[in-house]
Ligand binder design. Structure first.
Ligand code: FE
Length: 230
């Protein structure tokens, strides 16, 4: 992969990738302005007012962000993954046209208009990154975690993905190819993790509870159900 982008400054603000501004946008050709855009400014202003008026406190806001990052957000993607595990027809549609198949669940919209789903196999492990900023499939995964937006992750996921995965606690065997997918303003990716062993008797709904955000970004695999199993 060719990564010639300028990483000299930080793009971790919540910018919009220009879909609504009507101008042409090519791969990562969007403005990386340093000041937050309108929406970010409005959110900050609103937050200040609400905190000032004691309508919410900062901890409550952190809790909401945590929910969208870790709990509510990724549950959508988890349902998509579980469906692909139990329904071969859906899996085929999902890999052929992610946008359309995810659309069957209604999980499209902002930051998820064009989805490509990449499947992990015994031979391939997929990893998502946005080398330039923080492009992330919001409708299926919620808000991106802080580490995803960090300069270190953005650079190192491409340069030394196996080392990065090791730091996440995932040792990818040498005979498994690691593919790194650089998200863009045009396309957002979702990893379809492998279904773990010992889940043959689980329902689609139960399977969805096993699927973590990290497994759909590719920094983890899906662990078998905890406990003794059956
Ligand atoms: Fe980006």
């Amino acid at each position: 992969m060719d990564h010639t982008h300028d990483h000299g400054h930080d793009h971790t603000h919540g910018h919009d990738h220009g879909h609504d501004h009507g101008h042409d946008h090519h791969h990562h050709d969007h403005d990386h302005q340093v000041v937050p855009d309108d929406i970010a400014l409005r959110v900050k202003a609103l937050e200040s007012v609400l905190v000032e008026k004691e309508m919410v406190d900062a901890a409550a806001l952190d809790e909401i962000v945590d929910a969208f990052e870790n709990r509510i957000g990724p549950r959508n993607g988890a349902q998509v993954v579980a469906r692909a595990w139990v329904d071969p027809g859906f899996r085929e549609r999902l890999l052929a046209d992610g946008t359309s198949a995810i659309g069957e669940f209604g999980y499209l919209g902002g930051q998820g208009e064009h989805m490509k789903v990449v499947a992990n196999t015994s031979k391939v492990h997929n990893l998502l990154v946005c080398t330039l900023c923080s492009c992330y499939p919001w409708p299926t995964l919620g808000l991106p975690p802080v580490w995803y937006k960090s300069a270190a992750y953005r650079a190192r996921a491409v340069i030394e993905p196996r080392e990065v995965l090791r730091e996440f606690g995932l040792e990818v065997p040498e005979d498994v190819e690691v593919r790194v997918w650089d998200s863009t303003a045009e396309i957002r990716y979702l990893v379809l993790p492998e279904r773990p062993a010992g889940t043959e008797d689980m329902s689609e709904e139960e399977l969805a509870t096993l699927v973590t955000r990290d497994s759909m970004v590719g920094v983890a695999t899906v662990a078998p159900p905890s406990g003794d199993g059956s």
